[in-house]
Design a protein around this ligand. Structure first.
Ligand code: AMP
Ligand code: GLY
Length: 448
């Protein structure tokens, strides 16, 4: 019998999961929806099929295809698919599925709901107000003008819905921009800008837990670099690079992070919305020097991208067995084994990303085959296209690929990753990447 695993994802996060599932001796065939060219051509020698034209929100079509293919497991890892109810639809069709239901995933797709739930559980988070009219939000800012805020659309906005505001005028401007997000911005939040008590920025982190609804295990932590350019300048992107494990989290903070996951999963279970799958806690450690504590910036109902590329390769467990343990509510009896290496991921993106500049689209990328051959390197495709063994930038500016360096420490992992990136080039300087990934981690050595 052919054991089939379906992965619903199209980015680098899909590529690393595809590699991991394909490594399982239980898997004979891999299907990715929509998938990408890397998954199709470079992930495995096993049979692979992708559905590039299929939208991850097309619940009816995906359920129909999965019904015909009879997979052993469908892994839903894209937020918009979870919000559209794909997990619910597959479960109803009695197809084994890994991922939170629409209601459990509300933690990500309804930020106002998520904040209220955290309040109820007394979990530290920024002070916030929820508004559904521009006028009320603006009046609030006019009454409280001397603060820095984050103005956030409550719904899903592909990571672009959080707008920083350093003064009253920027806050009002951000509120007026909420209209651009359509339905997702109809309800929005005015949030306190979290900082340390002395005004310095907090330490951002992401932590990932896998839950079977009853028990959970933390699979890893990472430090993301979200802005497009060096030294955290430029637009927010999905992530330009990261380090795992996070270099600056102490044992006490990790204990508090575990408590946050525990309270959240227990509460959802009580609400009869048990959370099954990966929960991403985006947090920030802030407070008084020596007394800092982790606050929740956001929950996401999925792996991070590129955090997945930095954590998943280090997990030694068979991912099919992990998935089955979640479905059988048997996670408690499974020991997560990791290789304890440090990984640094750097995203190679089309110059201009995430903006709309099309100058460097449809250009050939050279040197990838040489980079892959280097030792202690992993490579995962994102938006890049592969035609007859040649690599190209796609029609839209995108995160093209991810180079992962691995080693015993940040220095070693970072050196490997940048060494491999040197091999890759798009003539006329079309490739962009940050040259400062993991740099502050090398100089900052004060765990919080
Ligand atoms: P988000 O889209 O919610 O992930 O926010 C994007 C980035 O904005 C986060 O990674 C943080 O760097 C920053 N951010 C969001 N909300 C806050 C907040 N309340 N205080 C401080 N920084 C924030
Ligand atoms: N790397 C950030 C995210 O996946 O949302």
């Amino acid at each position: 019998m052919k054991e089939i695993v379906v992965i619903v994802d199209g980015g680098g996060r899909g590529s690393v999961q595809a590699e991991k599932y394909a490594q399982s001796p239980l898997v004979n065939k891999l299907i990715a929806i929509p998938g990408n060219d890397w998954i199709l051509y470079k992930t495995t020698n096993k049979e692979v099929e992708i559905f590039p034209a299929l939208k991850t929100t097309d619940v009816t079509a995906i359920t129909k295809i999965c019904g015909q293919m009879k997979p052993s497991l469908v892994v839903v890892s894209q937020d918009n698919a979870i919000a559209a109810g794909l997990v619910d639809s597959l479960a109803e069709a009695e197809i084994p599925v890994l991922g939170p239901t629409q209601q459990a995933g509300k933690l990500e797709w309804d930020k106002a709901y998520s904040r209220r739930l955290l309040s109820k559980l007394d979990i530290p988070q920024p002070k916030f107000k929820v508004f559904s009219s521009g006028k009320n939000g603006i009046n609030y800012i006019l009454d409280n003008p001397n603060q820095d805020y984050f103005i956030k659309a409550s719904g899903l906005c592909e990571g672009k819905g959080a707008l920083p505001a350093r003064n009253k005028n920027q806050a009002i401007e951000a509120i007026l921009k909420m209209k651009r997000f359509g339905q997702a911005g109809k309800t929005y939040l005015v949030e306190e800008w979290l900082k340390n008590d002395d005004g310095t920025p907090g330490e951002e982190f992401s932590a990932f837990a896998l839950s079977d609804g009853f028990n959970f295990q933390i699979l890893g932590t990472a430090k993301d670099h979200k802005r497009a350019n060096n030294f955290d300048e430029g637009e927010n992107t999905g992530g330009m690079g990261c380090i795992s494990p996070h270099p600056n989290l102490n044992k006490e903070t990790l204990g508090k992070v575990e408590e946050i996951f525990d309270k959240t999963f227990s509460h959802l279970r009580k609400l009869k919305k048990p959370y099954r799958g990966i929960l991403y806690l985006g947090g920030m450690v802030v407070g008084k020097a020596g007394k800092q504590t982790p606050y929740v910036i956001e929950f996401n109902a999925r792996w991070g991208d590129p955090e997945a590329q930095s954590i998943i390769p280090g997990i030694k467990n068979d991912f099919c067995k992990l998935g089955m343990a979640v479905l059988n509510k048997d996670l408690k009896n499974l020991k997560i084994e990791t290789d304890n290496l440090t990984r640094v991921v750097i995203a190679g993106v089309t110059r201009g990303y995430p903006g709309p500049d099309l100058t460097y689209t449809n250009k050939e990328i050279f040197g990838i085959d040489q980079a892959i051959e280097l030792e202690e390197i992993r490579f995962y495709g994102g938006g890049l296209k592969i035609v007859d063994g040649h690599y190209f930038t796609p029609k839209k500016p995108s995160r093209l690929f991810y180079v992962v360096g691995e080693g015993d420490d940040i220095w070693a992992a970072r050196t490997k990753a940048y060494g491999a990136l040197k091999e890759v080039r798009i003539p006329e300087i079309g490739l962009h990447y940050r040259t400062d990934i993991a740099l502050t981690a090398l100089s900052k050595r004060h765990p919080v």
